[in-house]
Ligand binder design. Sequence first.
Ligand code: THG
Length: 365
Amino acid sequence: MVAIAPSNRLRRTPFSEGVEAAGVSAYTVYNRMLLPAAFESLAADCAHLKDHVQVWDVSCERQIAVQGQDAGKLLSLLTPRDLSKMADDQCYYVPMVDTNGGMLNDPVAVKHSDDHYWISIADSDLLLWVKGVAAGMGLNVSVTEPDVSPLAIQGPKSDDLLARVFGDAVRDIRFFRYKRLPFQGRDLVIARSGYSKQGGFEIYVEGGDIGMDLWQALFAAGADLNVRAGGPNLIERVESGLLSYGNDMTAAHTPFDCGLGKFVNSDADYIGRVALEQARAEGAKWRLCAVEIDGDPVPACDRHWAITRDGARLGQVTSATWSPDQNTNVAIGMVQADRFATGADVEVKTQDGTRKARLRAEFWN
Ligand code: THG
């Protein structure tokens, strides 16, 4: 793989200086921003994440701030998920769809109050959609991208590290809830959430000017915890079945196709409702499932790999990587719903040749 040519379109983050000093070895681009993908190696980073604690620059999970008297109304138009019981200190995973019921993004919503939310987005230009819906519906609301950069603390020692910097109050934060805790006199939202299944938090750093001070404070406090810089790890996320918008699903798929049907439960008149109720009645067209691919470590999955059975195409692998812990290649695949069967033997066509593989459990629903 060749290097990414730096430019102003590929935005740096408040933590880029720290990321570079820590020895980032691969970046990806996400929301036109640099996202560290590897430091030592995918495998070494993954092993460390499972045993220790890492600090991740996930600034690229940009926030869309929705503020004003119609904020709640706008949020409820944007997602098929029921927000009526969402508390003021709560985060929700909220799939968003277009008028055809196709997935536009799968963000995390953070509620500050009835008239103030953040939408913490995956990799698609959701800001334009949210501004468009607000304008088109004539809502009394402001829609902006504020100077807020999430910093994730992930791994089994996350509670210990954060308690040293923010106090023991962090230990009482429940899953997908947050507290506001001070750093250098600024109250920061700290949620128990993050893009791994190893436990941890996300600090929404409001104001990039304190970014490097916080970064340094975390590394100073965590020296004896073996704290390292990291990033969303491909191996861990595929093992854990965490979906990646743009890789595993796109606007061609409904939430039912991606195993996210349980989040389609709003009574509100949200955008895409008619299409999704029809899709529910017809049944999902696709199943997202785990796939095990035989043989040596697969190459980078930078194009969709056809999944076939007896020569007929069933679907495609959307993400894949070697798992040292499972001693096999792990993958995520999208397979036609009417042809899916757990345990089915299939072939997967990579750019380096065809492999034997088998379908494992489907995700979520
Ligand atoms: N954190 C924040 N923003 C984000 C992400 C994040 N924005 C982009 C991207 N990640 C959005 N996608 C996801 C995908 C999965 C999860 C969160 C964001 C996730 N899922 C949990 C799970 O699968 O177990 C829980 C979902 C639930 O039940 O509510 O955490 O990581 N700030």
